[in-house]
Design a protein around this ligand. Structure first.
Ligand code: SF4
Ligand code: SF4
Length: 206
């Protein structure tokens, strides 16, 4: 009899709505400030935002960033600063996706995207180098794995949501004021939901 009552519990569950999501056939919409893989940004004119200051590597609690800066070549600057990051590596196996590197960066060079599908078959492939992190001049971002049912490369274009909130213009008094710089390849992003333009606090502005 006890066995039948067990079957009855199972039978009843069959007609209840499913609480799980059939991933990857259906993907849940991610929050705008989702912490996915990193990207190194450019200014709209193509110059790299990274100035090789190594602050991101210094603040990283997992010690998974390796940066080396180099003087910009005279007449052919790579970045607007004196230096640029000519070596940049992140070990994704050690990264805990805390976002402290994004917060520490003085030029908003490093941001996080919404892409988290990064499975690899060799440990070395989990170390993303400059060629995989730095966006191209048209704003596209290289990714080691090709697009597939699992990997939606469009998610690489959503790299700014978290950075907006921690930028100076993200203070409460400036909520809704579109003050962030355009992203190469994606232009100026719309304000986040529930924000409207023009509600800047007059006193704070003064
Ligand atoms: S997200 Fe955190 S752990 Fe990952 S590289 Fe940045 S600072 Fe390091
Ligand atoms: S990503 Fe930002 S913090 Fe890291 S080296 Fe480049 S400019 Fe400095």
């Amino acid at each position: 009899m006890a066995a039948f009552s067990g079957f009855w519990v199972t039978f009843k569950q069959m007609f209840r709505p499913r609480v799980t999501t059939p991933y990857p056939k259906r993907k849940r919409r991610k929050p705008q400030r989702f912490h996915g893989r990193h990207v190194l940004n450019r200014y709209p004119d193509g110059l790299e935002k990274c100035i090789g200051c190594e602050l991101c590597a210094g603040v990283c609690p997992a010690r998974c960033i390796y940066v080396r800066g180099r003087e910009n070549p005279p007449g052919h600057p790579v970045s607007p600063g004196e230096r640029y990051g000519f070596v940049y590596e992140i070990n994704m196996l050690r990264c805990i996706f805390c976002g402290l590197c994004v917060e520490a960066c003085p030029t908003e060079a490093i941001t996080m995207t919404q892409l988290f599908e990064m499975s690899v078959t060799h440990r070395d492939d989990a170390i993303y180098t400059r060629s995989e992190l730095l966006m191209d001049a048209d704003g596209s971002v290289p990714h080691p794995q090709p697009a597939s049912e699992l990997i939606d490369l469009e998610e690489l274009h959503w790299a700014d949501g978290w950075m907006r909130a921690t930028a100076p213009a993200g203070r409460a008094a400036y909520e809704g004021v579109v003050a962030w710089t355009p992203t190469a390849g994606a232009g100026l992003r719309p304000a986040e939901p529930a924000q409207t333009e023009g509600n800047i606090d007059e006193e704070e502005e003064a």
